[in-house]
Design a protein around this ligand. Structure first.
Ligand code: ATP
Length: 432
């Protein structure tokens, strides 16, 4: 993990938020390479969920909502973590995370640490809206992106051709006043979520069927992206552990360096959200089946994932040290750059010109990097560390025979291919 954190900063994936001012706990800034990785992940997810499926539509709700929406969803009352305070230094921790408590006790080196009784602490972040000081209204930054979808259930049904079963997909920022942010980006106070609320008929068998379907579907997603099977598992929530809204809940967990951790959740939310919004808003939230005329409040099977946690775990699985090389074995679809183009020597005009020609041609279709600094070895090393799957070098021979050297990130093997075939080569390799 330490090596990854250092690489992430050194190569422009992730920087500590507001670093020059001493930082701000739980905040991270994504750099030039990291923001590409993030975008690739979100684009792939959107393609799989919205573009390729006929039964899911997308939406993008506002971050701030009428506070009644948070009362309805139960967040103002129940979005709480228990909290204990160290009586020596007054730092607060979650008693349900015993590892963090023990680690903290160890920092007081042999002193007996006493703790306060657990107290509930609301995780919603407050903000103030309005222009007149003193007359602003207190609102919340959304603690999860789910609510913006449910309040628009009717709008989506009325404005599209969706029919039950169908889903609404959304990607967006969420904010939580986490008591103990940490483990790099794992627990942040500002993070992104990718969710599908999948509405089904209120029927036990349908509920079970779709819950199982989404569990398998999401596990398959991480495996397809190259996450190691042995590092993934399902964990069903016990009855006393489930969130206030959930009938069934399973996490997909990852075997992190500090133990198995939640990466995402699949929740059977029943009609909790729609019925509560119906009750609190006074607006009907039912769905009328166009064929049978049956009218009911649909149930919801939710798949809820953060963005930071899967990316952290994908990066951990991708990190390789082999034969003196460090490289990120990222799936080519996720890799920030698909290829890097180099002229063998930066001071030979003809080489630079030919390499630029290739680079400019590829740019139209792929995110490609250019590098003419230092020697080839150093350039390979820096592309390896950001996970660029292919490096293309133009040398003197290329000027004569039109062939370039393509070097593979994972094997370090080199092959000569014709310049005119590069686009086809990359398309084939990246879309495998
Ligand atoms: P935890 O128990 O670890 O706090 P949670 O059960 O509160 O997580 P959910 O409310 O189910 O998490 O949120 C769904 C997903 O959103 C999580 O599985 C995770 O991927 C992501 N997520 C939640 N909180 C954070 C956070 N503080 N930082 C980064 N990602 C988060």
């Amino acid at each position: 993990m330490d090596k990854l954190v250092s690489l992430a900063k050194r190569r422009g994936f992730i920087f500590p938020g507001s670093e020059i001012y001493g930082g701000l706990a739980g905040m991270w800034d994504w750099g030039p390479v990291g923001s590409l990785l993030k975008k690739n992940y979100k684009d792939l997810w959107w393609k799989e969920m919205v573009q390729l499926r006929d039964d899911i539509v997308g939406m993008d709700a506002a971050i701030m909502m009428n506070t009644r929406a948070w009362e309805a969803s139960g967040h103002t009352a129940a979005f709480t973590d228990p909290l204990i305070e160290c009586k020596i230094c007054h730092e607060r921790f979650r008693p349900d995370k015993p590892d963090e408590v023990t680690t903290h006790e160890a920092t007081h080196k042999g002193k007996k640490v006493e703790w306060t009784e657990p107290q509930k602490f609301n995780l919603l972040v407050k903000a103030y809206l309005g222009i007149i000081e003193g007359k602003q209204s207190e609102i919340f930054l959304r603690g999860e992106i789910t609510n913006g979808v449910h309040v628009n259930f009717k709008n989506v049904v009325d404005s599209t051709r969706v029919k039950i079963p169908f889903g609404i997909a959304q990607i967006g920022k969420a904010f939580r006043n986490e008591i103990t942010p940490g483990n790099f980006i794992f627990r942040s106070r500002e993070f992104e979520q990718l969710e599908v609320q999948f509405y089904i008929k209120p029927d036990e068998a349908e509920g079970k069927k779709w819950f199982e379907y989404w569990k398998e579907n999401r596990m398959e997603w991480f495996l397809k992206l190259g996450m190691k099977k042995e590092n993934l598992r399902f964990r069903d929530h016990a009855d006393d552990e489930r969130a206030h809204y959930a009938r069934l809940a399973t996490d997909i967990e990852y075997n992190a360096p500090w133990g198995w951790q939640e990466m995402m959740g699949i929740h059977h939310r029943g009609d909790w959200d729609l019925s509560r919004h119906q009750q609190f808003s006074g607006k009907t939230m039912t769905f009328r089946d166009p064929h049978t005329n049956e009218e009911y409040l649909p149930w919801d099977i939710e798949t809820s994932s953060g963005l930071e946690r899967p990316l952290l775990f994908l990066l951990l699985d991708a990190y390789h040290e082999e034969d003196g090389r460090t490289f990120l074995k990222l799936h080519p679809k996720l890799a920030p750059y698909k290829a890097a183009v180099f002229p063998l020597l930066a001071n030979k005009e003809q080489l630079v010109e030919k390499a630029r020609e290739i680079y400019n041609g590829l740019k139209e279709d792929f995110m490609v990097a250019w590098d003419d600094r230092g020697n080839i070895g150093k350039r390979y090393a820096s592309q390896d560390e950001i996970g660029t799957p292919y490096c293309i070098t133009v040398d003197f021979q290329s000027l004569e025979d039109g062939m370039v050297t393509v070097r593979d990130r994972d094997t370090a093997q080199q092959e000569r291919i014709n310049m005119i075939d590069i686009k086809e080569f990359l398309t084939r390799k990246i879309n495998y």
